[in-house]
Design a protein. Sequence first.
Length: 274
Amino acid sequence: MVRKKNPGESAGGAPEWMCTFSDMMSLLLCFFILLFALSTLEEKQFVQLAGSFQAGFGGMVAPYTIQNIRSTHLQPEKMSKSEQDAKKKAYGKDKVLTRMKQLYQSLKLDDTIAIKGTEKGIQFTVIGDALFDRNSALIKPQALTFLQQIGENLRDMPDNPIKFSGHCDTGPPPPKKLYADKWQLSMERARALMVYFRDFEWIDPARMSYEGFADTLPATDEKGRVISTDTEEGQAQHRRVEITLIQTDENAPWYMIDREEEAAPTPVPELEPI
């Protein structure tokens, strides 16, 4: 038996206004895409597009030809030989720096030793009181573990000079019976490290030098901000020794000489007391 259709019952599917609304949204989308495309066009492409619209709507094509218009995109400048060498040098340093950071993280020494690249080369900074007690230039026995690792890295790059820089905190000066002032204390700390690497890590003495800055060069964080000295932890950050592996031009573009690639080991020089 055929069922009669109820007059108030609507037909299936989407309402009729939905088709009109969908067409309108599609046209608006195309319109906005066209506006975006026009906003990024160069002069040459705009003239070509205008000619296409004119021809499409039955207009006459312009009687002139479009001249070559210079692109507004910047062309890469050619680097000079010195700039290329500098870029290779920087790449070599960054490559070694990344390798060292990964090594010290794997050894869980990154909380004790900070490694960063500077204008001079690669800098190892021993953080806090890991090396020395306060007002002392005697190396702690527990520091020998990570000093051996630093010594291995220094031997891996035998062509680079090494600078040891001692620093003090902003606290009271050391007792006069131990050191004359902070200048002497900072220099003795740097010298103690240099002697250790000479006598126990077999680093060529001709590569090394040391200096002391007392408390004149405060420690900074990764963003270059001076670390506060209001707390004991902040003061400990300023009591430090920086070991800088200085980058030279003689071994550019490579910064590090890998031991495994060396044909023969570097001879150990005869050491004389300082």
